[in-house]
Design a protein around this ligand. Structure first.
Ligand code: GTP
Ligand code: MG
Length: 309
């Protein structure tokens, strides 16, 4: 999100992803320490390590199947080559988007989705601050109407970064708040609308229907190219993030993901798994709680940070 020099981005990713790297390093160092010919046993070790580092079975298999094929066909491969191919294969599985951020539009509308506690509201404030610093006008919309505390949290964050917050009272229809928020932006020539939503996936409440309704309202008011629906996932939940992504994708279109709390976990491999499995680009990752810790995803910096040299 914040503008960094390339060298600084690599450094920031390296620090923020050190736990994931440590976990991978323990076994990968053994595999890659001396340059020797790769055998099936080495690949099996690697497979187990990647699965345990939260890349999951499917993505690990997609990563390693080209090498397995080579070996089975009698080709030789050194560990050095394997390491370099593995990096390339990871880069290949991480999806990218060429859509700019924020999307163009007057206003552009960004809907943040995700289950409880993943970091939606605080991420919105970080993005709001950054966009404002870059000269965009921003409005926040409190469509998490489920709890009064959620509305208050967004209001407080809005005050801190000095941007307006559109909110109705607790229990209001989220689609109605969104309608008002977009109307406010249109009337006041605001560039970007950031919408906070509730993430009660496990209650009786019909989140899916509610989400569909929210998207319907947005569709009515702004063209598709001005919209981005971002799923926020918490890296510490590991493989569970895949289930969350599946649920939300069943309800509405998701265009990109943000993965928070990468700093506190060794489960950073989940980024590759989600991006690959659902064909979704990663917009930002959270490497800490400060506004500048939310950074634009850079796949080269990511792969170089998690694989030992
Ligand atoms: N370490 C770390 N903490 C983070 C990061 N992103 C968010 N958090 C923390 O996660 C906690 C929950 O964040 P919220 O933004 O309130 O989460 P939410 O998704 O809005 O939660 P609900 O409104 O309950 O659904 C807060 O304490 C944040 O400071 C991150 O990248 N790293
Ligand atoms: Mg929230």
């Amino acid at each position: 999100m914040f503008n960094f020099f390339k060298k600084d981005i690599f450094e920031k990713f390296k620090t923020g992803l050190s736990k994931t790297k440590e976990k991978l390093s323990q076994t990968l160092n053994e595999i890659f320490e001396v340059d020797k010919l790769v055998d099936l046993k080495t690949l099996e070790n690697l497979e187990e390590t990647l699965i345990l580092a939260d890349l999951g079975v499917e993505t690990t298999s997609a990563l390693l199947s080209p090498f397995k094929k080579k070996l089975l066909q009698g080709e030789t491969l050194t560990t050095k080559e394997l390491k370099s191919f593995l990096k390339n294969q990871m880069l290949f599985l991480l999806k990218e988007t060429n859509k700019s951020f924020p999307p163009s539009g007057n206003p552009s509308v960004i809907l943040f989705l995700g289950v409880n506690g993943v970091g939606k509201t605080t991420t919105i404030a970080k993005i709001g601050k950054n966009l404002k610093d870059k000269g965009y006008s921003v409005v926040l919309v409190a469509a998490d109407t489920f709890r009064a505390a959620a509305i208050d949290q967004l209001k407080t964050l809005g005050q801190q970064i000095d941007v307006p917050v559109i909110a109705l009272k607790e229990g209001s229809d989220p689609a109605a708040v969104i309608y008002q928020g977009i109307a406010y932006a249109q009337k006041n020539n605001i560039n970007v609308v950031l919408i906070d939503t509730a993430g009660r996936l496990h209650t009786k409440y019909n989140l899916i229907e509610e989400l569909k309704k929210m998207v319907k309202v947005i569709n009515k008011l702004v063209p598709t190219e001005s919209q981005e629906n971002i799923l926020v996932l918490d890296a510490t939940t590991g493989q569970n993030a895949l289930n969350q992504a599946k649920h939300f994708l069943e309800a509405i279109p998701i265009h990109s993901i943000i993965i928070t709390k990468m700093d506190g976990t060794a489960k950073g491999g989940i980024a590759i798994a989600v991006s690959h499995k659902f064909n979704l680009p990663i917009r930002f990752i959270g490497l800490g709680e400060k506004p500048e810790d939310l950074v634009s995803f850079d796949k080269e910096a990511f792969v170089s940070a998690i694989l030992p040299n």
